[in-house]
Design a protein around this ligand. Sequence first.
Ligand code: 5GP
Length: 194
Amino acid sequence: MQMLQEAICEKGTVLPNGVLKVNSFLNHQIDTGLMIEIGKEFASRFSEYKIDKVITIESSGIAPSFFAAHSLDVPLVFARKKKSLTLKDNVYTSEVFSFTKQESSEITVAKEFIKENERVLIIDDFLANGQAAQGLINVVKQAGAIVAGIGIVIEKSFQPGRKLLEDKGYHVESLARIDSLSDGKITFLQEDAG
Ligand code: 5GP
């Protein structure tokens, strides 16, 4: 997706350990125009997948999935990362190891928001080792619902997340695929370069 690649090139900075910082348009300050286009792009890529619901993880997944869910005309559910007094019974939980924080946390979704046999689209901001996506898959499966697809804003293709998910049979659509962040330089996979 050209507009996204341009934002990454112009505003992204490469941190040590293969981390891309995009705080100026995705992870802290949000470029709402770009998020709307990202949402439309997800909706178009998954338009034939009969999606009933979009699920993401707070907080950075919410902005890019909001307009996707709106365009698909389905609800958006976000998994909570923080324990809450209002959310402790009748929940699905899953352990997620965070790539950027290097610690485990438990994600939680109230049972009432995912129903058996619903076709669920998982969306997240980044795909690295696939742990966040796997945590959401676990929650969807506990509910007896179906993972209809996985939409990622920025995939770091040099990490094993995509392969892990595809090997399990999931369909992954990434709007930007980064081949390398070596030497502080951002290069995209050839298929996105044009
Ligand atoms: P994974 O679970 O696939 O290893 O990592 C994905 C999660 O870690 C995303 O939800 C995202 O929040 C975070 N993440 C992974 N890599 C990066 C990165 O390079 N930059 C940023 N900003 N977040 C990342």
